[in-house]
Design a protein around this ligand. Structure first.
Ligand SMILES: NC(=O)c1ccc[n+]([C@@H]2O[C@H](COP(=O)([O-])OP(=O)(O)OC[C@H]3O[C@@H](n4cnc5c(N)ncnc54)[C@H](O)[C@@H]3O)[C@@H](O)[C@H]2O)c1
Length: 341
């Protein structure tokens, strides 16, 4: 298939592009490149791609494409809360526009990167399925719910949207993010000796490795239409339904001479949910996640050590919000996060 992969220069896209290529697909990227230089380790060999803002996509970008995998977004709860209108413009309106253009161009399948954050304050100990009520507690999560609603309305005999509700990702990607929980805790532990948890550690936070997300999308791309058409899927595995305190314990075991410190200063986080991932396994026989939290912590510790992660890079270069603030302060992007000049 000829696949348009938006967000191909992001954390997940950089891992997904080679997996798609290895499966025999022709990948065309589309990204404004906000984090293209946020690289740890060897510079990735990106597929051919368009450097374009999602808000400026035209029919030409989707012409001749068989499927779209749509990852590009402002992907972060704090970021979304800082600039809610921008989050809705990019994550919601521009995404729906892209989907309309794709449908009009005859693109058959549209895999949308949604999130388990749509369950928000699900609370309780029951596993949430895809049929659970959606209770987003941030503009980021709300933007994802709105896109799911609008894409659902576009589904028809020729256009198959699929809602991939990913758990929180972890694991090494050449375009690293250190602002997601496991990647953050491992980095902090290596750099300071402390596995620092600012919440009280009680929230449930289902995790999934970036490579398992890439495999799940690749499988959904060619799955029989009736198995995935207009359906939502939680992407992850039950063994990685963990509390933040449990994640911290795993990190302390993976990083030599580190110890867990739970400050509790931010109190209980309202985002707490345990997730049932069985629907995707049923739809895609043979699929299961390969990575555990422990193995991911070991992988990250190894990569951070091997590629010389520094405190400066950890705090600034690999934290999405800090990168965008720095670009804005330096005047390289305007206040709508478009490149100047
Ligand atoms: N990382 C996670 O834990 C996680 C979990 C669930 C869902 N998701 C979703 O997966 C997708 C990818 O996440 P990620 O972790 O790779 O994020 P990321 O920030 O690393 O990548 C997002 C990419 O989108 C691009 N982008 C942002 N705004 C753009 C715009 N206006 N025009 C063009 N490109 C733009 C960025 O340049 C970046 O390369 C997002 O939709 C995110 O919401 C991520």
């Amino acid at each position: 298939m000829r696949v348009l992969l938006t967000g191909h220069q992001g954390y997940l896209g950089t891992v997904m592009a080679p997996v798609l290529t290895a499966a025999g697909h022709e990948v065309v990227g589309l990204d404004s490149g906000l984090f293209a230089d946020c690289v740890l380790g060897p510079t990735p060999a990106d597929p051919q791609g368009h450097r374009v803002d999602l808000r400026d996509v035209t029919a030409d970008h989707v012409a001749g494409v068989d499927a779209v995998i749509h990852l590009a977004a402002l992907s972060n709860d704090p970021l979304g809360s800082l600039a809610p209108e921008l989050t809705y413009d990019i994550n919601h309106h521009a995404s729906v526009r892209l989907a309309r253009l794709a449908r009009d161009a005859g693109v058959g399948r549209f895999l949308y990167a949604s999130t388990c954050s749509v369950y928000g304050a699900a609370g309780g100990d029951d596993l949430v399925t895809e049929d659970a009520p959606l209770r987003p507690v941030t503009p980021y999560a709300e933007s994802k719910v709105r896109v799911e609603d609008d894409l659902h309305a576009l589904a028809d005999d020729d256009f198959t949207p699929v809602f991939m509700r990913n758990a929180t990702a972890f694991g090494y990607s050449p375009r690293l993010r250190a602002d997601i929980v496991l990647n953050n805790l491992v980095g902090h532990a290596l750099l300071s000796g402390e596995v620092l948890v600012l919440s009280d550690g009680t929230p449930w936070r289902p995790l999934v490795h970036a490579a398992d997300i890439a495999r799940a999308f690749t499988a959904a791309l060619t799955a029989p239409r009736e198995a995935v058409h207009d359906r939502a899927f939680n992407i992850g595995s039950e063994v990685n339904n963990v509390t933040v305190a449990e994640i911290a314990e795993q990190v302390a075991e993976a990083v030599t001479d580190s110890k867990v410190v739970i400050t509790g200063e931010t109190g209980a986080d309202p985002r707490s949910y345990r997730v049932d991932f069985s629907r995707f396994r049923a739809a895609i026989p043979g699929f299961d996640c390969e990575w555990t939290v422990k193995r991911g912590a070991l992988e990250l510790a190894d990569a951070y050590g091997k590629f010389g992660l520094t405190k400066e890079d950890f705090d600034r270069r690999f934290t999405r919000l800090a990168v965008l603030r720095a670009a804005s302060d330096a005047g390289t992007v305007d206040d709508t996060l478009r490149w100047r000049g």
